[in-house]
Write a protein of this length. Structure first.
Length: 78
């Protein structure tokens, strides 16, 4: 099930939606279904010394200065 990014044509609210079996999402702010699918960059996993120390912090999901991707509990989400 892919996650798509949308922007509402009525109110401009931007959000992500996990699609299931062809269901059509509605804007969580105004409940309208006039949406535009945004172009998004897929995530890619790299290995080696050039990979980030903490993928969670690199993705902007964690604000902890000493985050290692596991202590904050968000590491399981990536």
């Amino acid at each position: 099930m892919p996650i798509y990014e949308y922007v509402c044509r009525q109110c401009g609210h931007q959000f992500e939606w996990l699609t299931r079996d062809g269901e059509k999402p509605a804007c969580p702010a105004c409940s309208r279904q006039e949406l535009e699918k945004k172009l998004s960059v897929p995530a890619a996993h790299t290995s080696g010394s050039s990979s980030p120390q903490c993928p969670v912090q690199e993705a902007g999901a964690c604000g902890m200065a000493d985050c290692c991707g596991n202590r904050c509990g968000l590491g399981d989400l990536l």
